[in-house]
Design a protein around this ligand. Structure first.
Ligand SMILES: C[S@@+](CC[C@H](N)C(=O)[O-])C[C@H]1O[C@@H](n2cnc3c(N)ncnc32)[C@H](O)[C@@H]1O
Ligand SMILES: Nc1nc2[nH]cc(C(=O)O)c2c(=O)[nH]1
Ligand code: SF4
Ligand SMILES: [Mg+2]
Length: 216
């Protein structure tokens, strides 16, 4: 696909997928610049600004050079750049399997149906819970995932309530993850077990492997 649209890109790199249901799979990450949110615990603040303006063809070339079929488009907040939709479709048309990491704050209406959307609903501890766009839940597809990144017990109780009120576990895969360095992972695991929650516990595998190293 030839296009005049350009996107601001922070980095493109190959790593082991550290989050979501494809955890462990060698994946190319396309990290788009910019985010309208400011989660207190965000581990990617360097992607709020800077980066290079690349055409979709240039992004496709850089992704192809890394030689992997799995691609994760993330950020920053990737959907903050409207041309992200065109990028996702171009990656899929090129034969890639594509996931999108997005906050729940921007509409997913119009998202290419082939994209696996990993939607991160923001709990109170992020400081950004008022940005959640609840209408997005109506547009989830069965292959999508909803993630809760939890800082403490208050966040956990909030996520449990959202899970029940919206019947989320019946509609998508639900992931519960601790905020790195804040909520002890084993504590979250015990809470999930005690409540018999139909969710998937996850840890950021890349941080276990490489700590906070950028581009991993
Ligand atoms: C950096 S964000 C980019 C995509 C999008 N803006 C979002 O928030 O989903 C990617 C993922 O990293 C998670 N994340 C960021 N900082 C984290 C931390 N300190 N501990 C655990 N997960 C974190 C986010 O919650 C999100 O699921
Ligand atoms: N290895 C690795 N896996 C990831 N999965 C989601 C990431 C993200 O920042 O969105 C991420 C990341 O930054 N690194
Ligand atoms: S929405 Fe994502 S990129 Fe933006 S501040 Fe929150 S975690 Fe960071
Ligand atoms: Mg990350």
């Amino acid at each position: 696909m030839k296009t005049r649209d350009r996107l601001r890109v922070s980095e493109i790199f190959a790593s082991i997928q550290g989050e979501s249901t494809t955890v462990g799979v060698p994946t190319v990450f396309v990290r788009l610049t910019g985010c309208p949110l400011r989660c207190h615990w965000c581990d990617t603040t360097y992607a709020f600004s800077g980066g290079d303006r690349l055409s979709i063809d240039e992004i496709l070339e850089r992704v192809a050079a890394l030689g992997l079929s799995e691609v994760c488009v993330t950020g920053g907040e990737p959907l903050a750049q409207p041309a992200c939709h065109e990028l996702l479709t171009a990656l899929l048309d090129a034969g890639h399997r594509v996931s999108l990491e997005t906050s729940g704050a921007i509409s997913i209406v119009g998202l290419d149906p082939r994209v696996r959307c990993v939607m991160d609903l923001k709990a109170p501890g992020s400081g950004e819970a008022d940005k959640n766009l609840w209408d997005n839940l109506q547009h989830l597809r069965a292959h999508d995932e909803v993630k809760f990144v939890l800082a403490d017990r208050t966040d956990y109780e909030w996520a449990k309530d959202v899970l029940e009120r919206h019947g989320l576990a019946r509609r998508a895969t639900v992931l519960f993850s601790p905020v790195a360095g804040s909520l002890p992972p084993a504590l979250l695991a015990e809470w999930i077990l005690a409540d018999r929650l139909p969710v998937r516990f996850q840890l950021q595998l890349h941080k276990i492997l490489w700590g906070d190293t950028r581009g991993k």
